[in-house]
Design a protein around this ligand. Structure first.
Ligand SMILES: Cc1cc2nc3c(=O)[nH]c(=O)nc-3n(C[C@H](O)[C@H](O)[C@H](O)COP(=O)(O)O)c2cc1C
Length: 380
């Protein structure tokens, strides 16, 4: 048995993770017509073979107009359930908890896939068949100069999107996911409601902090009510905008308290993204630069947190957990570099010498090779 926190199991409500390593949600922009494909099965499946405790899907759109790009997966129709169920089943069969992030991109929808420029759609994208669609937001403010002008949502339309979140959550459940995360970060619709820079409404969905939090809290409540009591719901927040006059860490603490009171189990603590394609605030970036946000929210709101952002080393991850800054560690790009990161982390932390926790299809061979070639058991 391991004595590290990173490698020890964790139970949230009725769901047990085999360790505290979570694969962070990462859009692959590779779906057609909102459908998950074989690519997504292999992409997410590799992380289950790699030993992660829980694996998040990419941001799954609750409405076609809520996709970031034409390549996003959706759950706005029943036909989208089956390919996602295949993925959730595979992850579970290989020991990982299948988790899903549901999202609406608001004014940050209908943009280029990253490798075509990561900006507003251009004539080249249109020629490829990626045509723009109308985008919506709390207020008629584009994300930045040159981006699509959104239409301000009416109160009825806000209710319609809330209902889209509910239906998407029910479909996610039908697909076999065990954890649902509401995407409230990175400048997408719910974050647009939270930040005073993007929400200039003067009705009950804007103005003071209570007004700006209202829609995100309604969505969280709706998803919580649709999701079974024995299964966790996470909320991803951009803990700070990192821009003058923007959303602050103090407001994130207040939001986290409100979410906790509504039965949200974990705050997934990212940052930034309100006014550009990035998924982190324009802060000095270094190892674990967003960990202090998770620490502060955990401490002051009394809710479990997940830390994310430039966490790349096993010892670093263990230290974050040991210090009490977070309960879970999300790994993003480092998992793209090394899909077996959790199994390698185990070795780095001095466990798993005989490859017993590797998939047996691999471990049996690697153990024999290690005995044949002592010393050929590198950590990574
Ligand atoms: C290819 C890619 C796609 C991403 N897509 C999402 C997403 O769908 N939802 C989300 O909340 N964050 C998304 N992110 C942000 C990551 O989840 C993570 O917060 C960020 O990459 C920082 O962690 P890292 O330094 O470990 O990569 C994405 C990041 C990358 C690199």
């Amino acid at each position: 048995m391991s004595e590290t926190m990173l490698l020890s199991p964790m139970t949230i409500r009725g769901v047990t993770l085999r360790n505290r390593v979570v694969i962070s949600p990462m859009c692959q922009y590779s779906a057609t017509d909102g459908m998950a494909e074989d690519f997504h099965l292999v992409h997410l499946g590799q992380f289950a073979l790699g030993g992660a405790g829980m694996i998040f899907s990419e941001a799954i759109a609750v409405h076609p107009n809520g996709r970031i790009t034409h390549g996003d997966i959706g759950l706005w129709e029943d036909r989208q359930v089956a390919p996602l169920r295949r993925i959730a089943d595979f992850l579970r069969r290989h020991g990982a908890v299948p988790a899903i992030q549901i999202s609406h991109a608001g004014r940050k929808a209908s943009m280029q896939r990253p490798w075509y420029g990561n900006g507003p759609l251009t004539a080249d994208d249109l020629a490829r068949g990626d045509h723009p669609w109308p985008v919506v937001a709390p207020s008629p403010l584009p994300m930045d100069a040159g981006w699509l002008m959104p239409t301000a949502l009416s109160v009825d339309e806000i209710g319609d999107i809330r209902e889209c979140f509910r239906r998407a959550a029910l479909r996610a459940l039908e697909a076999g996911f065990e954890v649902a995360e509401v995407h409230g970060a990175h400048g997408y619709l719910l974050h647009q409601f939270l930040s005073p820079l993007s929400n200039r409404r003067n009705d009950g969905y804007g103005g003071d902090l209570a007004g700006r939090m209202r829609f995100p809290l309604e969505v969280a409540e709706t998803v919580r009510a649709a999701w079974p009591d024995d299964k966790p719901v996470f909320f991803r927040v951009s803990a700070v905008d990192g821009v003058e006059g923007g959303w602050t860490l103090e407001e994130s603490v207040t939001l986290a308290r409100e979410l906790r009171a509504r039965g949200i189990d974990v705050m997934d603590c990212s940052s930034g993204g309100l006014t550009g394609p990035a998924t982190a605030a324009r802060l000095p970036r270094g190892p674990g630069f967003q960990v202090p946000f998770a620490a502060r929210i955990r401490q002051d709101a009394g809710i479990a947190t997940m830390a994310v952002g430039l966490i790349t080393e096993a010892e670093q991850a263990e230290e974050i957990l040991q210090s009490g800054a977070a309960d879970l560690i999300a790994i993003g790009r480092e998992a793209l570099f090394d899909p077996h990161w959790p199994l390698h982390a185990e070795r780095t932390l001095g466990h798993g010498g005989n490859f017993a926790s590797w998939p047996e299809q691999y471990g049996w061979w690697l153990d024999r090779r290690a005995r044949t070639m002592p010393g050929k058991t590198p950590a990574r």
